[in-house]
Ligand binder design. Structure first.
Ligand code: ADP
Ligand code: MG
Length: 224
């Protein structure tokens, strides 16, 4: 099995006074198709870890290989390209543009990569089919339920065929029924070989993952 994530001795400190040690000597290996949930109290380093894995932030110490590519020595430009091609992000507050249709919102995911314009709409429509939103492609986000908004955001994250889906409290704004639908969707995506990492406070969400990890004061532990 291919290794998607290899973090080795990763620390991230912020040079405040006094300094904050948001991640301390974190090591983590994730195989293709893994499904991980990360839980931890507020301020424990969850977002810092997600930003690090998503190449939005850089460790102050240690190494991070994504799909076998060492990222800490890459230029900013190369990191951005790698992020655009291999990582999809899903957030608690869907971040959809209110005056753009569902399909336009998904198409916007390709703006930042080196993707050909040709076929963009078709790729967006295929991603929307994949998340069960094929019947809502011309809707504006304001007319969608919370679950439909999040499925649109997931379709946007899937555009470009990422190897890793990083989710920060993806069900935090959803009721029980919509949470269940999103979790079913994650199960299906994982069966198709996608690697999923979810930060969550919700036991229902973490219990669906294959691996559960806990972060406290920047230290990461795996529950066995
Ligand atoms: P969580 O997502 O688990 O709530 P974060 O990863 O956001 O935690 O933050 C971990 C710690 O790092 C917190 O103490 C937070 O205040 C601190 N921190 C996060 N970002 C910065 C920053 N840019 N500058 C200084 N401290 C930060
Ligand atoms: Mg956070």
């Amino acid at each position: 099995m291919a290794e998607v994530i290899r973090l080795t001795g990763v620390s991230r400190s912020f040079p405040t006074d006094p300094p904050v040690f948001a991640l301390s000597d974190v090591s983590l290996r994730v195989q293709q198709g893994d499904y991980l949930a990360i839980v931890g109290p507020s301020g424990s380093g969850k977002s810092t870890l997600l930003n690090t894995l998503g190449l939005l932030d850089k460790p102050t110490k240690g190494t991070y290989a994504l799909d076998g590519i060492e990222t800490t020595t890459l230029s900013d430009r190369a990191r951005t390209r790698l992020r655009g091609g291999r990582i999809g992000f899903v957030f608690q507050s869907f971040h959809l543009l209110q005056h753009r249709s569902v399909v336009e919102n998904v198409m916007l995911a390709e703006i930042y990569g080196a993707h050909p314009r040709r076929g963009r709409r078709e790729r967006a429509l295929a991603a929307l089919e994949q998340v069960g939103m094929g019947h809502r492609v011309e809707f504006l986000p304001g007319r969608l339920s919370g679950g439909e908004r999040q499925r649109t955001a997931i379709a946007r994250a899937l555009l470009g065929g990422p190897s890793l889906l990083l989710c920060d409290e993806p069900t935090g704004n959803l009721d029980t029924g919509n949470t269940a639908a999103v979790l079913d969707l994650f199960d299906g995506l994982r069966e198709q070989g996608l690697t999923i990492l979810v930060i969550t406070h919700d036991d229902e969400v973490s219990s669906r993952a294959k691996r559960r990890l806990r972060i406290v004061d920047g230290l990461l532990h795996e529950d066995s």
